[in-house]
Every structure is written in C-alpha cells, then in structure tokens.
Ligand binder design. Structure first.
Ligand code: NAD
Ligand code: UD1
Length: 335
C-alpha cells in the first residue's frame, strides 16, 4: 500500500514515515522543506533501510501535486504539511490561512481527480478552544484563539463537509496533544530553526548549554504546583497512531475525530525535574510571567482512540526526556 505523506520531512511526519516503512508501507514524501531539513529522508533511510520517494514541492502547487498522483498509485494520504507556530500566526495570519488552507484544498481536489478517498489529517488539541473543561472529549464544540488554531478548526470543517458530500470518502482527524521526545536512534527529533517556542526543545537546548536558562511561563495557575499542565506524549507513540488511523480509514467512511494523548496532565516543573533526574543534567530556570494565550490545563480523554483505533500511548515521561536529550546530544556531536 502506498501512502503520500505531506510534510513527511517534519518532526511528526518523519517519525511516521519510519513507522510506515517498518510496517511494509511504501512511502512518498511531499515537502517543501520550509521547516525541515532536506537530509531527513536520508536519515529515515538509515533507520529503516528503505528509501522513501521524495518530491520537493509545495503541496499547494496544483500541477506539481498532480504529477505526484500521476506518477504513483496512491492509496491514502497523511496530511502533515502546514505552518504551526502560534505566535507567528498572529503576526502574519494571511500566510497561515493561505498555506494551511491552500495545501488542504489542492490536496483534496487532486485526490478527487485520482479517486483517492482516504486522508488522515493532523489536527490539534487547540481546536477545543478556551471554554471547554479538561479532559477534552471529541464531541465538544470547537473554536480557537489564534489564526493557527482557526486553520485547524476550518480544515476539520472542510473535511466534514467534503465527507458529507462524498459518501465513499474517509477522513480521520487526529487531534494531537503535546508530542515531545525523539527517535531512539538520535537521528530524528524536534529541531526547530532559531530559538524554540515549545517547552521540550527549549529545555534540551538549555541542558546542552546552547541557551542560558528556561523561563517558566507563570507559577500562579490553579494547578498542583502553579505551573501549566499538558498532556505530553512520545512522538513515536503519536506516529504509531497514524498507522491505526490508516486502518480505521480503510474500514470506515465519513469524518471522525480522535484525541491522541495519554490522558495525564504533567506540569512544566514536573517535566523539567524529570528531564534533570533521568539525564543527570542541570536545567537552570527562572519563573517568569504568564504567556498570552496559555491555558492552565490541557489534557485528553483518549478513550475513543483507545477503543476504536486500538491505540494507546505507551511510553513514559522519562522515555520522552531520555530520547529528547539523546537527540540533542547526537546533534551536538554531528556539529
Ligand atoms: P513541522 O513543521 O516539523 O512539519 C511540517 C512539515 O510540513 C515541514 O517539513 C514543512 O517543511 C512542511 N510544509 C509546510 N508547508 C508546506 C507546504 N505548503 N508544502 C509542502 N510542505 C510544507 O511540524 P510538526 O510538528 O511535524 O507538525 C506536523 C503537523 O501536525 C502540522 O500540521 C501541525 O500543525 C500539526 N500539529 C503539530 C503539533 C506539535 O506539537 N508539533 C501539535 C498539533 C498539531
Ligand atoms: C503550543 C501551542 C499549541 C500548539 C502546540 C504545538 C500556544 C499557546 N499553544 O502548545 O497551539 O498546538 O504548541 O506546536 O502557543 N513553557 C514554558 N517556557 C517555555 C516554553 C513553554 O514555561 O519557554 C510552558 C508553556 O507555558 C506551557 C507548556 O510549557 O504551559 C508547554 O508549552 P508548549 O510546548 O509551547 O506547548 P503548548 O503551549 O501546550
């Protein structure tokens, strides 16, 4: 079975390509490397012994995408390609709406022309918006507080509308919570350009001495230690969820959302302390102001994914910390 993985060179996409290749799927990556490195496919090949086919294209480029579908018999698509930085999306919203919506529309139109009727989409816990209480369940209303989040809400709606109009089509909307960690090989991980926005890559760079200290964004939240709770899951567990989603898409039509999380909330300080303890390193930190838009707690009820997808996050916070540290050390050693 041949899977087109848009954004397959990115953080979650690359780990998913590894799982796909190791489970007998043929993989085609379409990525413009806007937020990833062109050497990622080669790293995937080093881990799996199999080389994915790569198209260095913008997924919103209709003729280029048409070529991908003409040259290959694609059974299903996993759609990761998109921009994901919340703060940046507030500064340049049109770029986010243009990129995230155009890629999806071009993809769906091309899939339709080629009779490809299965898609797995990277949605986000951010679609639960600021009003729902935790744990989140998939039937809650969706909304957003920033352009990035709105693109996810809108794309979910586009996929629902498309499924309603096309009875044979299947769309699995995977709402990721907070993926962290890295591949155990140290060859793949979260490696953002510039100063990281997200907690784990920031912690890892502080531990490696590349940044002086972590600022913990607020310790006056109504949580057990005053810092925010998030549902962190290992990126390899998340990647495996996409294989379960492909199987689900093959057996069902219509659009369905699933939370991919552990169901547990872990605080910022708990994560920092776990990282220090597991890896035997220092992570200097100071307590700073709250970050605009942060919610006190975000965690899933993952029951639907556990039951219908037969998927469960298995790796521990210690595993996530160990693998994230191994990845950054490998990066440092590579120069
Ligand atoms: P990432 O930035 O590492 O990967 C996205 C990939 O898409 C990159 O390789 C980038 O070059 C590519 N891309 C972007 N626009 C493209 C375009 N127009 N054409 C071709 N390629 C394009 O991000 P990630 O963390 O791997 O996230 C993957 C998806 O999951 C994104 O849609 C993101 O919004 C979503 N998501 C991520 C998280 C998270 O915490 N990382 C949480 C929820 C949802
Ligand atoms: C953020 C986005 C979310 C997106 C996700 C993945 C916001 C408000 N939310 O989630 O929409 O889907 O990234 O890209 O940006 N923290 C610190 N210090 C830091 C960095 C983070 O204390 O330097 C804290 C944050 O306050 C938060 C936790 O760590 O409580 C996790 O932050 P982060 O990794 O950025 O993820 P989210 O904010 O949950």
């Amino acid at each position: 079975m041949t899977i087109l993985v848009t954004g397959g060179a990115g953080y979650i996409g690359s780990h998913t390509c590894v799982e796909l290749l190791q489970n007998g799927y043929d993989v085609i990556i379409a990525d413009n490397f806007d937020n990833s490195s062109p050497d990622v496919p080669e790293r995937i090949a080093r881990i799996t012994g199999k080389t994915p086919k790569v198209y260095a294209i913008d997924v919103s480029d209709g003729p280029a995408l048409e070529r991908v579908f003409t040259e290959n018999a694609i059974d299903a698509v996993i759609h990761f390609a998109g921009l994901k930085a919340v703060g940046e999306s507030c500064r340049i919203p049109l770029r986010y709406y243009r990129n995230n919506l155009d890629t999806t529309l071009t993809l769906l139109e091309t899939m339709e022309r080629h009779g490809c009727a299965r898609i797995v989409f990277s949605s986000s816990a951010t679609v639960y918006g600021p009003k729902n209480g935790c744990p989140y369940t998939e039937d809650m209303d969706t909304s957003a507080t920033n352009p990035y989040g709105w693109t996810k809400v809108m794309i979910e709606q586009i996929l629902r509308d498309y499924c309603a109009a096309n009875s044979g089509f299947s769309a699995v909307l995977l709402r990721y919570f907070n993926p962290i960690g890295a591949h155990a090989s140290g060859l793949l991980g979260d490696d953002p350009n510039g100063i990281p926005n997200n907690l784990m890559p920031y912690v890892a760079r502080v531990a490696a001495g590349q940044l002086p200290k972590l600022t913990v964004f607020g310790n006056d939240y109504p949580t057990r230690d005053g810092t925010c709770l998030r549902d962190y899951l290992h990126v390899v567990d998340l990647a495996k969820g996409h294989l379960s989603a492909l199987e689900y898409a093959a057996a069902h039509t219509g659009a369905e959302a699933f939370n991919l999380g552990t169901g547990d909330g872990v605080s910022v300080l708990e994560l920092v302390h776990a990282f220090r303890k597991v890896n035997g390193v220092e992570v200097p930190y100071v307590i700073g102001d709250r970050r605009d838009g942060d919610l006190a707690e975000v965690y899933a009820n993952p029951t639907r994914a556990n039951d219908a997808l037969h998927w469960r996050a298995e790796k521990s916070v210690d595993d996530m910390c160990r693998d994230a540290w191994h990845f950054i050390q490998t990066r440092v050693a590579e120069g």
